[in-house]
Design a protein around this ligand. Structure first.
Ligand SMILES: Nc1ncnc2c1ncn2[C@@H]1O[C@H](COP(=O)(O)OP(=O)(O)O)[C@@H](O)[C@H]1O
Ligand SMILES: Cc1ncc(COP(=O)(O)O)c(N)n1
Length: 271
């Protein structure tokens, strides 16, 4: 079993953040660990308040893990400001873990900001170069590149521009477009397109967190980036399909018990 870590915010309502990440790791047969960067009081409708964990404690949490346990993959989610981002970047540069997947979380589904816009420069200069894979959605890719994205061609240009900032692979997610959700991966050489069928539901709280942690677990389990993204996209589609009607707003993705066994079974049936 591989040990995987999420460095992210806590979502008390259980749909996104650390909670979604740990459930996803578990479903992929990985041992999940967490470094909590912020405690977010949120639910399916709204963000009520954000309490940042003191930087020194985040730094201690990271040291506690890396000084003791081998880490096969790291997912990075919500980092609310410049100071936290600088420290996490410095720690990742120090420990150099493999399979760093960064989800540049900026805004919650209800519209509340989860990242101080003043941290954009640190994200671009210090975090992005550490990413084996960066997974922005369309609004995040627009902020990072400073360019509007209206078409698949624009998504490709954004992926290329972010690749040039230093991420080894860039997956621009297409969930925010109308129509079928197509995600575009750029690996520095080629574009790979991952097409999905749109599931018509408002219950999409945690889709980005779930996708990035599934990619991390898949990479840690030895899949290539192409296979990791393909499998993660299928996992998220299933988790949206199974979403529970919890709360009055965007309900949470729902996770699979022992997904790795299900995936193995489907693979064998298709042989
Ligand atoms: N309604 C949907 N039906 C199927 N797949 C979706 C849907 N919404 C999002 N996805 C997929 O979920 C993942 C996360 O998408 P996206 O909504 O773009 O990111 P975020 O959650 O970060 O805003 C992507 O793989 C996207 O294609
Ligand atoms: C603590 C925390 N982290 C991230 C998100 C974004 O979630 P989504 O996956 O829906 O974009 C969130 N709402 N809360």
């Amino acid at each position: 079993m591989k040990n995987v870590l999420t460095i992210a915010g806590s979502d008390c309502s259980g749909g996104a953040g650390i909670q979604a990440d740990i459930k996803t790791f578990q479903a992929h047969g990985a041992f999940g660990m967490s470094v909590i960067t912020a405690v977010v009081a949120e639910n399916t409708c709204d963000v009520i308040s954000i309490h940042d964990i003191p930087v020194i404690n985040i730094s201690d949490q990271i040291d506690a893990i890396f000084l003791d346990i081998s880490v096969a993959g790291v997912k990075v989610g919500m980092l609310s400001g410049e100071e936290i981002m600088n420290m996490v970047a410095q720690k990742l540069a120090q420990y150099q873990p493999k399979n760093v997947v960064i989800d540049p979380v900026m805004v919650a589904k209800g519209g509340c900001s989860l990242m101080d816009p003043a941290a954009l420069n640190v994200l671009q200069k210090k975090m992005i170069p550490l990413a084996f894979c960066l997974t922005p959605n369309i609004p995040e890719a627009e902020v990072i590149t400073g360019k509007k994205i209206r078409t698949i061609e624009d998504m490709k240009m954004a992926a290329k521009a972010i690749y040039q900032m230093g991420a080894k692979n860039v997956l621009v997610k297409g969930g925010h477009f109308l129509g079928e959700p197509t995600d575009i991966l750029y690996d520095g050489t080629e574009f790979h397109s991952y097409k999905g069928k749109r599931i018509h539901t408002k219950n999409t709280h945690g889709t980005g967190c779930t996708l990035s942690s599934a990619i991390t677990a898949n990479l840690a389990n030895g899949k290539t980036i192409y296979e990791a993204v393909r499998s993660a996209k299928e996992y998220v589609a299933g988790a949206i399909q199974n979403a529970l009607e919890i709360g009055k707003g965007h309900g949470p993705t729902n996770h699979f018990y022992k997904y790795y066994e299900l995936e193995e079974k489907y693979k064998n049936e298709n042989l």
